[in-house]
Design a protein. Sequence first.
Length: 171
Amino acid sequence: MCKRELFEKIGKIAQKEHIAAIAEGSNTDDNGDYRPGLQAVAELGVKSPLRRSNLSKEDIRALSKDMGLPTWKKQSFACLSSRFVYGETISREKLSMVDRAEQLLLDLGFHQVRVRIHDKLARIEVMPEEFTMLLENRKFIIEELKNYGFIYVTMDLQGYRTGSMNETLKA
């Protein structure tokens, strides 16, 4: 619902400002996975130039680096609702818990993070090469995440991956 709501609001602004098209940044890596936002993009007529050009995240990073853009290695961000198990009620409190937990990890120097929420359990995903750093900081991280409202704090041994909540759809 995030993308639909976002693009509906942008669409109203675009119409008011006489802007002919709205574009978004999905790429070929988003194909073939359950992405409700892509359905909203298609239904609302939002353009997807990166997907249409058959560019992957790796392609986009390489082109961005070649162009000297400072964002070439910026971590990807998805709507915070993608951190929730399908069917779980999303509240401001839980969104805040996830947001604060991810910001803590980014502030500690992790490059790509997700904190998936399963009721009051935090499942931390970081890149496998940063597992050691996560373990070195585990006591601090556990204490902070419990202060945010989590009861359990876990580390996902598969590491960071996009769409990990979609794995429940295949079960």
